[in-house]
Design a protein. Structure first.
Lengths: 362, 540
């Protein structure tokens, strides 16, 4: 009975079945009510249609209080039954029995940022291609253990957004200036689409991401990954690539982790900046001199920039730093004030890495 | 009762009709409620076509995944304008201020509304509001959605200020109309017109007027605050300035939920009239229908929180608003049962207005039942802000309100202009509207259940088939609407002469000649029976 309909998406969280049960109970009750009312209407339409040239009036029947009271009370009982049924589901959606992982998620125009207690960080951006988009184009925003309850603490750094994973039946608004939360427990390992459900401006439709539920072994290995290594290289991998790494044979995985650490330690600052650039800046700033949403990074360092309002500024370390942290402070003439502030999102070291990368683009 | 005056073809009418005076000034400065009603209908109809065209454009963009021809900004502007124009300029005013203005005084047996000058001011304010809405486009079209959610809408500056000013003025117009109707119904009823003999359309307008009078000031205040926030950065709603974005939602829905009853209650009134007259049957359960209108109007005030189940309210509020929302479904269900029961043992005429009522009942039933999925807080969390919601409110607002508007047009056109419409083409238009409507919005229920969020310029390919079918349906509606509007215009300009009472109605508007005389009746009417006493014999 529950699977008669292809209406609902995959049922991939613990309380999805509770939501779907209410959905299907309401659905079938509605079908019954609809068939009854429309059926009676169709019968009346046929039976009591006026034949040609029949100018007579219908029978004089004005009301019947017993009938009225019956069809007031019977639907009322049905409606309140639905209400009480839905309360139990609401309780399950709202209150987890326990929580094994808490992740902070911050929404922005137009992307997401997730921060784990151990310092791991994932950031997704806006998909601005004009072509068709499939799930393969979505970047991962959350890796969570399947079978474990996960709490997401939400906020937004600009306007309203809403964190929505249809397969989990989970949704809650991200509100600037306060924290809201939701929880889910993925039942099966897999990749699940995350949408923004609250209208947030121009690219509202193009900030989707993936929530990846990991098998216990994968999750164990994910936790072993060093946070700074992860943030600087693995965070920008596609979900499939990271899954492949997490599923390497034991020895190779150990080797890989060791190598990563070594590579990171010896990686020049500007190389790390380049990784950050690809992750955070590439959707609006080019490196080839062409104009995009923001000015190109090519030849930017050392240049005299004309600002909105007529003054000029020399692009040095301090100007770049300020522009990253507080982008609207000095806006380059001819560009919209479209960049989100990265205050509190990047470490001092990451900012330096970005500046070093920009310096290489002569 | 008044004897209708028979006029043969070619013969001059023995009385002056409200249409006789010519010249622009005679319209702009008229105090005649019928002319004012017609001006409302004309303005609303223009905005209806423009708002519909906007929908057609962005539905075409959405026909295939990926960018077709609209930028995301253009798409967002179009859906915003589609919503704002159709809600504030069409669905809210069209039946009450348009048909209501024309028929309420006639139905109660009055010469005009209680305050004709105030009535003229209402229509002026309405026109000014409409012009301001269009002018706002020059300052950069807004892309906030018709809901103006903060903080997104709080940092847009002048254009949001102008739009909120426009809606503020439209609200003023709405308040004045409501006031006028309440006083008219209380004070200007003809001799013998007891409360129990009021047509149910008047009851529905009475309930609507109460909502207009109480709820609209809250919208005015909210939009004033929003406008000031944009200009002066005061900090009511923007958290960066210490404001609260959720407060805006409470204030906004405190008006905008009752507003959905502003849209639907007058439509209910039309249904009661048409279903009874075209079935030649006394309306079933007169008092239950009248009382349920009032019940809906009053309960409608305390359910606004069901728009905010995922917006950061407390669980107590979530549960309370869910409960109250189920409560409002009861009087709505009672109405539907009464309308269907009215057909029992009737003599149903399959006229165009009656066909629209069949479609109304079908569509409104689906709209109401799908509301249950959204009222139950357990399922709403999944469905909120998806296409399921879009489909649901189009089934209630468009399917029901717009279908009632067309029913009202065809039902009352012969009275308003003394001309008959082309029945065959009206039915072709009806067919396209009905089939097109279902084709457009049923797929939206399915994709909404699957998780397709609303207000998306683009979508992942898995949702494509539903968007494709939906757009085809939209083109069908467009064809149906153009045909229907064509039929109305053709009837007004070139229609055959209509009899004074083509449907055999018993309420007062059918007892006066068509088009009605300047002061509505040739002799002062005296009411001796109810509006739906079909089949009543001596001794009943």
């Amino acid at each position: 009975m529950l699977n008669l309909l292809a209406l609902l998406p995959e049922r991939a969280s613990k309380y999805a079945i509770d939501v779907d049960t209410v959905f299907l109970v309401v659905f079938w009750l509605s079908v019954i009510a609809f068939v009854l009312v429309v059926g009676v209407m169709l019968i009346f339409m046929f039976k009591y249609r006026a034949r040609d040239n029949d100018e007579r009036d219908g029978a004089y029947i004005t009301h019947n209080n017993l009938v009225e009271i019956t069809w007031t009370i019977v639907p009322a009982i049905g409606l309140f039954a639905i209400f009480f049924l839905s309360l139990e589901t609401y309780r399950k959606i709202k209150y987890p029995e326990r929580v094994s992982l808490k992740v902070n998620v911050t929404a922005r125009q137009w992307g997401w940022k997730a921060e784990y207690p151990d310092g791991k960080k994932l950031i997704t951006g806006t998909i601005k291609e004009s072509g068709r988009v499939t799930t393969d184009d979505f970047q991962p925003i959350l890796y969570v253990p399947a079978g474990e309850p996960v709490e997401v603490i939400l906020t937004s750094q600009d306007v309203l957004h809403s964190f929505y994973v249809p397969d989990f039946r989970a949704k809650y608004d991200a509100i600037p200036g306060r924290y809201t939360k939701l929880w889910f427990q993925a039942t099966e390992p897999g990749k699940y689409e995350l949408f923004c459900a609250e209208y947030c401006g121009m690219w509202h439709s193009r900030m989707p991401a993936l929530v990846v539920a990991l098998k216990p072994k994968e999750w164990e290995r994910f936790q072993k990954l060093d946070a700074s290594t992860f943030n600087n290289s693995l965070a920008s991998l596609t979900a499939d690539s990271l899954l492949a790494i997490l599923n390497l044979p034991e020895k190779e995985f150990a080797k890989f982790v060791g190598k990563q650490k070594e590579a990171m330690a010896s990686l020049p600052l500007h190389k790390r900046g380049e990784m950050l650039y690809k992750n955070l800046c590439a959707s609006c700033h080019t490196t080839d001199g062409s104009k995009s949403v923001g000015p190109t990074f090519k030849g930017l360092y050392g240049k005299m920039e004309k600002l909105k309002g007529g003054s000029t500024v020399k692009v040095d370390e301090n100007y770049i730093r300020e522009s990253i942290l507080d982008p609207t402070a000095k806006i380059v003439a001819g560009y919209p004030p479209a960049m989100p502030p990265f205050q509190g999102q990047l470490s001092e070291e990451e900012i330096q890495a970005l500046i070093e990368f920009i310096k290489t683009l002569k | 009762m008044i004897e209708a005056t028979k006029v043969e073809k070619g013969e001059a009418r023995p009385y002056e009709t409200y249409l006789d005076k010519k010249g622009l000034m005679s319209w702009l400065f008229t105090l005649d409620h019928k002319r004012i009603g017609l001006m409302y209908l004309t303005i609303s109809m223009i905005f209806f076509l423009v708002g519909g065209l906007f929908a057609l454009i962005f539905r075409t963009e959405l026909m295939f995944p990926g960018k077709q021809f609209l930028s995301p900004y253009a798409h967002n502007v179009l859906f915003t304008l589609h919503g704002a124009l159709l809600i504030f300029m069409v669905i809210i005013p069209m039946i009450p201020a348009g048909f209501g203005n024309f028929f309420l005084p006639i139905m109660v047996g009055a010469k005009d509304v209680a305050f004709p000058r105030l009535n003229l001011m209402s229509v002026w304010l309405f026109a000014i509001g409409g012009i301001l809405l269009l002018l706002s486009l020059l300052f950069g079209p807004i892309d906030t959605g018709w809901t103006f959610y903060t903080p997104y809408s709080a940092s847009k500056g002048l254009n949001v200020f102008i739009v909120s000013l426009a809606v503020f003025i439209l609200g003023m117009s709405s308040i004045l109309t409501g006031l006028n109707f309440i006083v008219t119904t209380h004070k200007l009823r003809a001799k013998g017109m007891t409360w129990g003999r009021l047509p149910l359309f008047v009851w529905a307008l009475y309930a609507t007027s109460i909502v207009q009078l109480i709820a609209t000031p809250v919208l005015g205040i909210t939009l004033l605050l929003l406008g000031l926030e944009n200009i002066l950065k005061i900090g009511f709603f923007d958290p960066r300035l210490g404001g609260d974005p959720v407060l805006f939602q409470h204030l906004f829905w405190f008006y905008s939920h009752p507003a959905v009853y502003l849209m639907i209650l007058p439509a209910f009134g039309v249904v009661s009239e048409v279903v009874s007259i075209h079935s030649r049957k006394h309306i079933f359960g007169y008092w239950f229908i009248a009382a349920s209108s009032l019940a809906i109007a009053l309960i409608g005030f305390i359910v606004w929180g069901h728009h905010m189940f995922t917006a950061g309210m407390s669980p107590t509020a979530d549960i309370l608003f869910s409960f109250l929302t189920f409560f409002v479904a009861v009087p709505t269900a009672v109405k539907i049962f009464n309308w269907v029961a009215t057909m029992y043992k009737g003599k149903i005429r399959f006229t165009a207005p009656m066909l629209y009522i069949f479609a109304f009942l079908f569509i409104f039933l689906v709209g109401g039942l799908t509301g249950l999925f959204l009222a139950s807080v357990g399922t709403d969390i999944h469905l909120h802000d998806t296409y399921f919601v879009v489909a649901h409110f189009h089934f209630t607002m468009v399917g029901a309100a717009v279908f009632a508007i067309f029913a009202a047009f065809f039902h009352w056109l012969p009275k308003m202009f003394g001309k008959m419409y082309n029945e065959k083409w009206a039915k072709i238009g009806w067919f396209l509207n009905f089939v097109g409507f279902n084709l457009t919005f049923i797929p939206q229920f399915i994709m909404g259940s699957m998780g397709m969020p609303r207000r998306y310029w683009d979508y992942p390919v898995e949702f494509w088939p539903y968007h494709f079918v939906s757009t085809i349906g939209a083109f069908m509606i467009a064809t149906g609407v153009l045909i229907s509007v064509g039929v109305i215009l053709h009837a007004i300009l070139k229609g055959k002469k209509a009899p004074d009472n083509p449907w055999g109605g018993m309420s007062l508007e059918w007892q006066t000649p068509s088009p009605p005389p300047t002061e509505n009746f040739l002799k002062e009417p005296v009411v001796t029976h109810g509006p739906y006493d079909f089949g009543k014999k001596e001794g009943h």
